[in-house]
Design a protein around this ligand. Structure first.
Ligand code: B12
Ligand code: SF4
Ligand code: SF4
Length: 286
């Protein structure tokens, strides 16, 4: 049961998150998130080698590259965490550099660094004004990260689309996410009644030239749940990652902001751009 003071604090935090630059902000309690589809599926996922941008996104140290996600390991949430604050920034198509994976670069990408800075400002504000200590949650799951799309869906800020991305009413899939743990119990912001994919024939899937949506990879029978990647289990992370590896191999060494040379890789966003939800042209359709 939440009292008025909890609701007031929750709305103050969201107001401050927006003031510091977040385009989306919401809450979900840790207990619900721990039971979300990705967190339940995590322990059953086959062995997966993460790439260096996941490592760099947390450490700022690109040398910390290949990591391994072993099956059977649970996602760890910070011990005192009761509520997760999830924030997002819009990542428009005409600002591709926000997503460039740069080596060396703190946060891995400009977008992630921007999110880290917004979180830092919220943490500072919370400590000074409310005496609450917020904790940045890392990006990579193996570094203590959580599944961000699930958190946003449960916080009522969007849904999982047929392209397996989070689709928000305001920006479609063109958002980047980060989370923070809070040691207080705050009211969740969800749920949301929104499903743009229901009557859409999924151009976001057919655009993938790697064919990452061509086969059913996950079944409800094997994983004991109906919520699967790309809804029906037709997204292959292995196939998609082939494209990411190709993008990384093509990374160029270029000077950034007049400074030192960095290796810059632009990752595939085809399934993201093909979805018109939240873009100017979509206003009539949705
Ligand atoms: C590892 C990773 C990758 C890997 C593996 C991806 C994968 N999905 O397995 C690779 C390198 C291939 C990859 C690719 C991409 N990624 Co990536 N990735 C991540 C990371 C670090 C973890 C994701 C993960 O492993 N999920 C576990 C798998 C099993 O879950 P899943 O495939 O998402 O399927 C689950 C959901 O569909 C969910 N679900 C389905 N239905 C429902 C219903 C409800 C109610 C709920 C709650 C959940 C739910 O349940 C499924 C599991 O059963 C996250 C950051 C983070 N910490 O969360 C970013 C993240 C998901 N990636 C992101 C992006 C943008 C991309 C790319 C577009 C590349 C790029 N330009 O950055 C592509 C898109 C691929 C795609 N179509 O999904 C964004 C997504 C933003 C958004 N709008 O959704 C994230 C959140 C990072 C960020 N910067 O904000 N990624
Ligand atoms: S294009 Fe967008 S609305 Fe259509 S199925 Fe794909 S994610 Fe859903
Ligand atoms: S990010 Fe590119 S390779 Fe991966 S599923 Fe989307 S379109 Fe296919």
């Amino acid at each position: 049961m939440f009292v008025d003071a909890d609701k007031k604090l929750a709305s103050e935090i969201i107001k401050m998150a927006r003031k510091f630059g977040a385009d989306l902000a919401g809450f979900i309690d840790v207990e619900s998130l721990q039971c979300s589809p990705s967190h339940k599926m995590h322990a059953k996922l086959p062995h997966y080698t993460l790439n260096s941008d996941n490592a760099a996104a947390d450490s700022g140290n690109p040398a910390a590259s290949q990591e391994h996600q072993s099956p059977g390991v649970k996602v760890n949430f910070p011990k005192k965490a009761q509520t997760i604050l999830i924030i997002g920034i819009c990542h428009p198509e005409d600002e591709p550099a926000l997503d460039y994976w740069r080596n060396p670069f703190p946060g891995g990408t400009e977008g992630n660094l921007r999110l880290i800075r917004i979180n830092n400002q919220i943490i500072q504000w919370l400590e000074n004004n409310e005496g609450i200590i917020g904790l940045q949650i890392p990006y990579a799951i193996t570094k203590g990260g959580i599944y961000l799309k699930d958190a946003v869906v449960l916080a009522g800020l969007g849904v999982i689309g047929k392209n397996n991305l989070l689709i928000t009413p305001q920006f479609g899939p063109r958002v980047r996410l980060r989370a923070m743990a809070l040691p207080v119990n705050l009211p969740a912001t969800g749920p949301l009644d929104f499903d743009p994919c229901a009557f859409c024939d999924a151009p976001c899937r057919s655009i993938c030239h790697q064919g990452a949506f061509d086969e059913k990879v996950y079944s409800s029978m094997d994983y004991g749940q109906t919520e699967l990647p790309a809804r029906e289990g037709v997204y292959s992370r292995k196939t998609c990652k082939l494209e990411m590896d190709k993008n990384r191999d093509k990374a160029e060494l270029i000077p950034i902001d007049g400074g030192e040379n960095m290796r810059v890789a632009a990752h595939c966003r085809a399934c993201e751009f093909q979805c018109t939800v939240g873009s100017a042209s979509s206003t009539d359709k949705f």
